[in-house]
Ligand binder design. Sequence first.
Ligand code: SAH
Length: 252
Amino acid sequence: MSFRATVLTLYPEMFPGHLGVSLAGKALERGQWSIEAVQIRDFAEDKHRTVDDTPAGGGAGMVLKPDVLARAIDHASANDDRPRLLMSPRGRPLTQARVRELAAGPGVVVVCGRFEGVDQRVIDTRNLEEVSIGDYILSGGEPAALVLLDAVVRVLPGVMGNELSGVHESFEDGLLEHPHYTRPQVFEGLEIPAVLTSGNHGAIAKWREAEARRLTAERRPDLLERDAKNRSSEKSRADQNLERNPAQPVKK
Ligand code: SAH
């Protein structure tokens, strides 16, 4: 069974979007994954097909109605065990680790918010996992869903041409990636670092690792701290022989 994405949205015409071209598009054509965009409005039952209403307690904007959205979710995930995600700036920030977990599963049901967001009761009763793609506000969940699916689809087996590229990618090993160079040998007076053209694979690997560490320390010291914390908490848990549930993510 190939990876199946169902997206609940008020703008189904935004899908598959950029996922219909390049490697993801070819994989889609080959049937290595599939995407279905479901119009939330189709589940409104009044004559105006209303999907939103004013916020309880007052304030600006509108809120997606729980009854309409719940019907759409129930329809999309009837008798299936795919995780149900809600794109939301309040969610847990998306990581490459979560991307890998999702890609290893049967697929996802993704809810795209609009307006001020969705009624909290749908999040609670339908067990929606809130996922953020960063600390900024988009006008809707659709671009966030496309970002999430892009990241997931590219790690599905057989989607990327070169299976090996990706292993040393930024975040895969807790570090940012080393810099890249290609021909010409001299560009605007700047040479490719000599070690990369030395043919010495040991030295090249060492240089790349050192550069990855340098860049990570400079730009994302939080990644190194997280890695150190994970290592030390893994170690202390192993020491105390307390590891009950290895599938549980390490809490920071
Ligand atoms: N009032 C909300 C923002 C609503 S933005 C708040 O302050 O938290 C409208 C919709 O866009 C959201 O429901 C969500 O689905 C989507 N969205 C906006 N920013 C996002 C982000 N950083 N990550 C994921 N989804 C986002």
